[in-house]
Design a protein around this ligand. Structure first.
Ligand SMILES: Nc1ncnc2c1ncn2[C@@H]1O[C@H](COP(=O)(O)OP(=O)(O)OP(=O)(O)O)[C@@H](O)[C@H]1O
Ligand SMILES: [Mg+2]
Length: 369
C-alpha cells in the first residue's frame, strides 16, 4: 500500500505569554512512498523528520494537508485504526516487562473482534521474534539485553500487529558503528521479506543512501529533493543537498564562469558549455579529481592518507571554501613521491555548479538532459 503526503504542514503554537511566533516544523510536504518500498527521510537535526512521522502515525494532527494510505484519507483517523507500526527515536521498551511481554503488548491492547486468542497472540509474537532473531531471549528484561537486541525487540513489537506501514525514527542512533551496520542490513532484509511500506528516518546520509529505495531530503521543514539515492547524489539540485550527501563531503570552491569556462583562482579548470557568466560555487566530489601533471587545479599537498582501499590526497587550494580539500584517487594514479604541489584535472560528471546567491544548481549543456 502506498502512502501519499499532500501539502503536509505542522505549526506548533508559541508557548508561554512572552513567547513570540509559532514554530513551523513541517511546511507543505508532498511526496509518495510507493507500495512495499523503503523510503529514507533525511535531514539535519530539527528539520521536521520526527514531526512528519508523528503525523503519519497519528500522534500529531497536521495544521494543513492530507495523508493517504492507498486511496484512504487517514488524516483524521485515530492512531490505533491506522495500522501503523512505529519504532521511536529512543526505543522505549517497558522495563518491567520481559521481551515476550513487550512484544505481546500491542496485541493485548486490541479490543473486541480485533483481539486474537491467547494462542494466536503467542504465535504472532513468536513469529515476530523469530523474524528479528531474538527467539532465544524471550524471558529476559530490557536491561539484560544489549543495545542491538533491545533494538530488535522494538522492531518485533512494531511488526507484531502486521502493520500496513512501518515507521522507524532513527532506530540505530544508540548503536556502535559495527552493530549499526549489521542492524541496518537486518532492517533492510526484514523490510524486503515482509514487503511492508516503510519510512526510515535518519540524519545519517550514508545510512539512508545504503538501505533506501528512495530518499527524501528535508531542511527547515521543507522538502529539498527526492529520488533514488544514487540519482540525488549524482544530480543534486542545490548546494545544500550536494553538501549533505557523500562521505567524505563534496569540496566547494568559489569560482567564476567566463565564456563557458570555469575559473578557479583565475585558472581555467573545466569547460562548462552553456553556463552563464557569473560567480558560482563549484562542488567537486572527492572522486572527481584525477592527478595529472600539468592539470589545471594546482593544490598544496598536506598529506596522503591510505585507509583500507581508499587513498586520499589532503591538500589546500586558494579558492576552496574549507581549510583542506580531499581527493580520493586510485593508488596507481600516484606517480613517484609526492611533496610540494599536486595538480589535478577534474571529471566533468563530478563537478556541479551552483549560483553564488541562491545556491541552486546551474546546469550546463554537458549536464542538461
Ligand atoms: N511539541 C512541540 N512543540 C513545539 N515545537 C516543537 C514540538 N515538537 C517539535 N518542535 C519543533 O519542530 C521542529 C522539528 O522538530 P522534529 O522533532 O520534527 O525534528 P527532527 O528532524 O526529528 O530532529 P532530530 O534529528 O533532532 O530528531 C524543531 O524546531 C522543534 O523544536
Ligand atoms: Mg527526531
Amino acid at each position: 500500500m502506498n502512502i501519499t503526503l499532500q501539502g503536509l504542514t505542522k505549526r506548533f503554537p508559541a508557548r508561554g505569554r512572552k513567547a513570540k511566533g509559532e514554530t513551523t516544523a513541517v511546511q507543505g510536504l508532498t511526496f509518495e512512498i510507493p507500495d512495499g518500498k523503503l523510503v529514507g527521510l533525511l535531514g539535519p537535526s530539527g528539520c521536521g523528520k520526527s514531526t512528519t512521522l508523528n503525523m503519519i502515525c497519528g500522534l500529531e494532527t497536521p495544521t494543513a494537508g492530507k495523508i493517504f494510505f492507498g486511496d484512504e484519507d487517514v488524516t483524521k483517523l485515530p492512531p490505533e485504526l491506522r495500522g501503523v507500526g512505529m519504532v521511536f527515536q529512543n526505543y522505549a521498551l517497558y522495563p518491567h516487562l520481559t521481551v515476550l511481554q513487550n512484544i505481546l503488548f500491542p496485541l493485548e491492547n486490541l479490543k473486541g473482534a480485533a483481539r486474537p486468542t491467547r494462542q494466536q497472540m503467542r504465535d504472532k509474537a513468536l513469529a515476530a521474534a523469530k523474524l528479528v532473531q531474538i527467539e532465544g531471549l524471550l524471558d529476559r528484561r530490557p536491561k539484560e539485553l544489549s543495545g542491538g537486541q533491545q533494538q530488535r525487540v522494538a522492531i518485533a513489537r512494531a511488526l507484531v500487529k502486521e502493520p500496513r506501514v512501518l515507521l522507524l525514527d532513527e532506530p540505530l542512533s544508540n548503536l556502535d558503528a559495527r552493530l549499526r551496520l549489521q542492524t541496518r542490513e537486518e532492517i533492510c532484509k526484514i523490510q524486503k521479506k515482509t514487503g511492508i511500506t516503510t519510512l526510515f528516518v535518519t540524519h545519517d546520509q550514508e545510512e539512508a543512501m545504503s538501505i533506501s529505495d528512495f530518499i527524501v531530503v528535508m531542511k527547515d521543514g521543507v522538502l529539498m529533493q527526492q529520488g533514488a539515492p544514487q540519482q540525488v547524489y549524482d544530480d543534486p539540485a542545490s548546494l545544500f543537498v550536494a553538501k549533505f550527501l557523500g562521505t567524505p563531503p563534496i569540496n566547494v570552491f568559489a569560482g567564476e564562469v567566463k565564456g563557458g569556462t570555469l575559473l578557479l583562482a583565475g585558472q581555467k579548470a573545466l569547460t562548462v558549455p552553456g553556463a552563464p557568466d557569473g560567480e558560482v560555487y563549484a562542488g567537486v566530489r572527492p572522486e572527481g579529481f584525477v592527478p595529472a601533471a600539468g592539470g589545471p587545479v594546482e593544490c598544496a599537498l598536506n598529506r596522503v592518507e591510505v585507509l583500507g582501499r581508499d587513498t586520499s590526497i589532503v591538500c589546500t587550494h586558494p579558492a576552496c571554501q574549507a581549510d583542506t580539500l580531499r581527493a580520493i584517487v586510485r593508488p596507481e594514479q600516484l606517480s613517484g613521491p609526492m611533496d610540494g604541489t599536486v595538480r589535478f584535472a577534474l571529471k566533468p560528471g563530478k563537478v556541479f555548479l551552483f549560483d553564488r546567491k541562491t545556491e541552486q544548481r546551474i546546469h550546463t549543456d554537458a549536464t542538461r538532459a
